[in-house]
Design a protein around this ligand. Structure first.
Ligand code: ADP
Ligand code: MG
Length: 583
């Protein structure tokens, strides 16, 4: 007995009808999803002419008997849901039962299918929605669907197709998304008879990502340790701190196995990068969110690309924790994880003065505990000049370049540290920690300084004097157009006072109208004062000071970028040098 039932009229209207077929890539998506839903272990995709001339998807999934094969071409015929209550608990990729009939109505369509246990399979030909032929066929077990001459009978739609290259690019991107979401399935793709993709079934996502994008790409990512909070689970990979792209195409977020591009998911990832990635950049990531299907409504968009979350706040916190815990686990303060040495941003220094964090050892504290604690825990002592560094780094110090860079050499490569950026990062983490406990240190001026400023600035400063005091700046209005300064942040005491005040105020103003000392406020405060402090600091004199700075930087939670996202270190590998010496 077959598996497919007609939806009732009520349910049929509950399943909002929509345009499923926009372009060849939407066809390939529906066909591959059906193959996945049918339990396929191997899916072969062939296409020609950007997919408009031909798309052929062959799978080794369950196959269909003849009555199901015929039924699958009826609108609202699906084997995946029966009653409206099922809509709340959808676990398959398809459920609308409208893809095959929609596709068949705008193409020359062939469906060949056989269940493993049947001796004979079925071949159905449909032209522009009309069944032209149904006959026996001796197909391999599984299903093969061919969609030729897409939109041949709807010239208006065909006109809207872009050039072959563009459509092909969309096709390949779609195939890639599905391949990433199912590493356990083997994918082969031939474009115009040429094989463009061959992915062996992979035990895990990392292997799939490597097979798709190469070793190099994988090295830019760190694993997100799997965890769960109130029924929302997440796992995957995310870019190392400081790695970013200006577009979001390298960010793939899946919800219950389905690709979802939603600000609900991308914004928290960007938020997690505040302070380590320049504005306008996004961290590449492949993240899988898993939750009770009832917690997410995926029947919002006809192509199922958008969703509505029942608890957006929970999703945000899980996404934030995912990113931050991945970084903590991957680069526990000061310890460079072996195996990432060839990454230009992650020099191959293995030092041992801090234990590998609990997260890296598989044990994971409760997510709640994590979100409240900032990721910027740093031993306050690591900053003072008395710090003793237990073990010397296995690096040779080469010297100071242009009064701005420290050069180090390990066995293979040249490592360049930018002094000011490094200091910004070090001060930032220290200040953030101090602000968590109280105020930053301030230095009392022997004689108060009176500055001339605009009334608007003075009014703003007056309104936010308690915030400024936390940063170590004590200021009050002093007659018209004047501001009296009694104390400045200790670390910025050797800079011109006007510069300190103006740059602090300018930066704090980039916050909301009324900045408060929430976590974000503290970050901005710490980052402003850190920039001042770094600008005012003296150059490290000699090898010992240079090594100390490097050690302090590596002891930071996120050593490789400034709070504003500029790199603090870079590495020239022999490969990089060789490229430069090649004609
Ligand atoms: P939906 O996926 O929303 O159920 P479709 O129109 O995509 O609707 O497919 C209709 C039905 O045809 C599916 O429910 C499934 O039972 C069957 N089907 C489609 N493609 C395949 C396939 N590759 N292998 C086995 N069954 C399939
Ligand atoms: Mg489907």
């Amino acid at each position: 007995m077959g598996q497919i039932r007609l939806l009732s009229d009520v349910l049929a209207s509950q399943v909002a009808a929509g345009e499923v077929v926009e372009r060849p890539s939407s066809v390939v998506k529906e066909l591959i999803e059906n193959s996945i839903d049918a339990g396929a272990l191997k899916i072969t995709i062939e296409f020609q002419g950007g997919g408009a001339r031909l798309i052929r998807v062959t799978d080794d999934g369950s196959g269909m008997d003849r009555s199901d094969a015929l039924l699958s071409l009826e609108r609202h015929a699906t084997s995946k849901i029966r009653e409206s209550a099922d809509l709340a608990t959808i676990s398959t990729l398809g459920f609308r039962g409208e893809a095959l009939p929609s596709i068949a109505s705008v193409s020359r369509f062939h469906l060949a299918t056989r269940r493993r246990k049947d001796e004979v399979g079925t071949l159905i030909e449909v032209h522009g929605g009309k069944i032209a032929e149904v006959k026996d066929s001796g197909e391999a077990a599984g299903t093969r669907i061919e969609v030729a001459d897409l939109f041949f009978n709807v010239p208006a739609r065909r006109k809207f197709l872009r050039g072959e290259q563009t459509e092909a690019a969309h096709m390949l991107q779609q195939i890639e998304i599905l391949a990433v979401s199912h590493p356990e399935i083997s994918f082969i793709c031939r474009r115009d008879q040429r094989e463009v993709l061959r992915l062996a079934a992979a035990g895990d996502l990392a292997v799939r990502l490597r097979d798709l994008h190469g070793e190099e790409f994988l090295r830019k990512l760190v694993p997100v340790p799997a965890f769960e909070n109130q029924g929302v689970r997440v796992h995957g990979w995310i870019a190392r701190p400081g790695e970013g792209r200006s577009d979001r195409t390298s960010q793939m977020t899946f919800v219950n196995g389905r690709i979802i591009r939603s600000p609900m998911l991308s914004l928290p990832l960007r938020e997690a990068c505040d302070g380590i990635l320049a504005k306008g950049l996004h961290p590449p990531a492949v993240l899988f969110f898993e939750m009770d299907p009832a917690a997410v409504d995926c029947n919002v968009h006809p192509a199922k690309r958008e969703v509505r979350f029942r608890d957006p706040g929970l999703i945000r916190s899980v996404a934030l924790i995912a990113a931050r815990s991945a970084w903590e686990a991957a680069a526990p303060s000061g310890t460079i994880v072996p195996g990432v040495g060839s990454d230009p941003l992650f020099p191959p220094i293995v030092n041992s003065w801090k234990p590998v964090s609990h997260a890296a050892q598989g044990e994971f504290p409760s997510p709640d505990a994590r979100i409240s604690e900032t990721p910027h825990e740093i031993a306050a002592s690591s900053l003072s000049s008395q710090t003793s560094i237990p073990s010397p780094l296995p690096l040779r110090y080469l010297g100071l370049l242009a009064n701005r860079y420290l050069l180090f050499e390990d066995q293979e490569s040249l490592m360049v540290l930018e002094i000011r950026g490094a200091r910004e990062r070090i001060f930032y983490e220290q200040f953030l920690k101090q602000l968590g406990k109280g105020e930053l240190q301030s230095q009392q001026l022997l004689l108060p300084e009176v500055l001339t400023m605009s009334e608007a600035d003075i009014a703003w400063i007056d309104a936010h004097s308690s915030l400024l005091r936390l940063a170590g700046l004590s200021a009050e209005p002093f007659g018209s157009g004047s501001l009296k300064i009694d104390a400045v942040p200790a670390e910025a005491a050797h800079l011109p006072i006007l510069e300190v005040v103006v740059s602090l105020v300018d930066e704090l103003r980039t916050l909301a109208d009324a900045p408060t000392l929430d976590h974000r406020g503290r970050e901005v405060l710490a980052s402003s004062v850190a920039r001042l402090a770094a600008a005012g600091a003296r150059q490290p004199a000699g090898e010992e000071a240079a090594r100390l700075l490097l050690a302090q930087l590596l002891a930071c939670d996120l050593p490789y970028a400034t709070p504003k996202g500029r790199p603090t270190m870079t590495q020239l590998s022999p490969g990089e040098l060789q490229r430069r010496f090649t004609a």
